[in-house]
Design a binder for this molecule. Sequence first.
Ligand code: NAD
Length: 328
Amino acid sequence: MKLKVGVFGTGHLGKFHLNNWKEIEGVELVGFYEPDDATAKDVEQKYKLKRFISPEALIEKLDVADIVAPTNHHFELCEAAIRKGRHVFVEKPLAHTLDEARKLIAMIREANVKVQVGHVERFNPAYIAAKNFELNPMFIEVHRLAQFNPRGTEVSVILDLMIHDLDIILSLVKSDVKHISASGVCVLTDTPDIANVRIEFNNGCVANLTASRISMKKMRKMRLFQKDAYIGIDFLEKKTEIIKMKEDSDKDAFSFDIDTPKGEKKTIAIANPVVKDSNAIKDELQSFVYSIIDNKPVVVSEIDGYLAMEVAHKILDTIGKNGVVSVH
Ligand SMILES: NC(=O)c1ccc[n+]([C@@H]2O[C@H](COP(=O)([O-])OP(=O)(O)OC[C@H]3O[C@@H](n4cnc5c(N)ncnc54)[C@H](O)[C@@H]3O)[C@@H](O)[C@H]2O)c1
């Protein structure tokens, strides 16, 4: 029997979700809830899909709620679906405030439903290609830059864009955060539009992140430095580069030798792992459906969503202490 799915919020990203749900195995799209009449009419015509007049009416008819509404509505929609025992896919960030996120975690436990958070970069093929390599970074440099768009500005650039990188970093660095320094500036909105953050972890790893939603160009790059390698991940261009120290006996056409100051010979190899041509949104939704069908853990849980939010809010608090007027 197919799982019945309904989409809540059919704006920019919601339409991508609708397109992808049509191609996902094991589901039937039963309808959508969208408060904006013009957007809803467009979706009804284009997708020949039933519009429900309230979230509750749609929740009654489905097994899986896909929440793609603005972040400040995630909590109320998740709560309504979870309390009815429905599985939920919710876009990132899990919720707007930490208090909302904690309440959701308690509800999810009680209802025993599956929830996945839309940290889609975990499914980015460039990241997946990098993960085939053993990642143990001690220094991370990140740039996530976007041109200005009013969408998403109900929250700061930290909760809107940087949260993607926070989730990836927390999934890679298995150590607690020791200290955060941060600076942010409100330029076009009344929450930070650009921010630079340094996170120190207990294991000595340091991550430097820059996120901006007021840039002239787009960029989504993460560079990982570890004892034996440099790994560059370009989430936007979907490219991965690995420069690695090799054993002398393990040479190939792409390796070259260098002399160290101690007079030793080291072999350096450059590799561009094959990055699969894939659709990360389809893959994350499909993986969620398989977790429900096979009763297996989701790839990005509500706890992962919470941990990324927790660091994001610590960053916002730090920026707030530096005198930025409004941070949340
Ligand atoms: N994973 C990603 O890479 C990614 C990218 C973009 C957006 N997002 C997330 O997706 C969500 C939506 O972003 P978007 O860019 O599509 O925004 P959007 O403004 O284009 O669309 C949001 C839609 O939700 C509707 N809406 C408003 N209140 C609602 C409610 N109470 N219930 C249902 N629908 C409601 C709006 O009318 C609008 O059509 C946000 O949480 C955002 O953080 C994630």
